[in-house]
Write a protein that binds this ligand. Structure first.
Ligand code: ZN
Length: 340
């Protein structure tokens, strides 16, 4: 089927599970009650996605508090008592982050049970997202490795262990989230892509990397205002990504100042075209989504285009996210009718 729709990753947590419209929300439950509520929330979102006609669904990250720290909570070598306030994404915003104080080791599978649960309930394609090695390193303080490239490779190894288990649990697409790729373009070429490939080594399922300009929060919107009329960060990293083993690239396209023509640099990749703006409460019309797809078709074959969201919808309201999911599915359908 042409234009299979998917989402970048996160969706809002229901109000009975966690604080709403926050990037680092507090859970409202604990222990087994929390685990049960997380499963319930994932079920709700799988159902909403499938009803909306989304071909490859995700758990909406209902099992993790934040897209980076969720994976790290049980990893050895990280001191969660030693929180460091630091500027992340090249000082775009400050966050309280834990500190790496010893060698990184995965003490147990992190998301395997969650993936198996989603697999048991999703009727079509299932995606699972993991933070990419560079973005992890940009969301932690380092008091052990000394070199970011070395710490990234250590994380890439444990991400690979995790990814292989998710694949074995029946996940169809493993996506690594690397918003830091749009910030540290030299490092992407020096070691970022190599670390990403290490994280994906040996996977036979589909793989993708998500590279956006961030969640629709004020710090990101302010940062975008400083980037000028045309955002050309993608231009500096796409050649290395196109030459990499990663299968697809998830991009921010809707209402973006990144020129769509840059997807021409990804001639060998699946392209997850962001057709839903996550920074506004405006619910797109199917026409608006089809228009983004039409623009992408100028630079890529239809067979390689997957309508997607620009980024996660976690900080938005549940009603807006539900509306945007429906719009995405309807827009993909319209694109099939019009361009199929
Ligand atoms: Zn994103």
């Amino acid at each position: 089927m042409l234009f299979p729709a998917t989402i970048a990753g996160s969706l809002p947590k229901p109000g009975w599970l966690a604080e709403t419209e926050k990037l680092w929300p507090q859970w409202k439950l604990e222990g087994e009650a929390l685990a049960q509520a997380q499963r319930d929330a994932a079920l709700v979102w799988i159902k909403h996605q499938e009803d909306a006609g989304i071909s490859v669904v995700s758990d909406g990250e209902q099992f993790r508090r934040h897209f980076v720290h969720g994976f790290l909570e049980t990893v050895q070598g990280i001191d969660w008592q030693l929180m460091t306030r630091m500027g992340i994404r090249n000082n775009r915003y400050e966050a309280e982050v834990p500190t790496v104080t010893g060698p990184i080791r995965r003490s147990r599978p992190v998301h395997r049970e969650e993936a198996a649960f989603c697999r048991a309930h999703a009727t079509g394609g299932l995606k699972f997202t993991l933070p990419g090695p560079m973005t992890i390193c940009d969301t932690l303080a380092d008091a052990h490795y000394g070199r970011r490239a070395d710490m990234a490779m250590a994380f890439a190894e444990i991400l690979n262990e995790e990814a292989l288990e998710l694949e074995a649990a029946g996940v169809d697409v493993i996506q690594f989230d690397e918003p830091a790729f749009n910030v540290f373009m030299d490092e992407v070429n020096e070691w970022g892509v190599a670390a990403l490939e290490r994280a994906a080594r040996g996977l036979k399922c589909a793989t993708a990397v998500h590279i956006c300009y961030g969640y629709g929060i004020k710090a990101n919107i302010d940062w975008k205002g400083t980037l000028g009329a045309e955002w050309r960060q993608y231009e500096r990293i796409f050649p290395a990504l196109n030459a990499s083993t990663i299968g697809g690239v998830s991009l921010e396209c809707a209402n973006s100042h990144a020129p769509m023509s840059l997807i021409g640099l990804l001639a060998d990749k699946q392209i997850l075209v962001g057709a839903i703006d996550v920074a506004t409460d405006h619910v797109e019309t199917p026409e608006e989504i089809a228009a983004v797809i039409a623009e992408a078709l100028k630079y890529a074959d239809a067979e390689r285009i997957q309508p997607c969201t620009n980024c996660g919808l976690a900080p938005r309201s549940r009603a807006v996210a539900e509306g945007k999911l429906k719009a995405l599915g309807a827009g993909a359908k319209l694109a099939r009718e019009r361009f199929g």
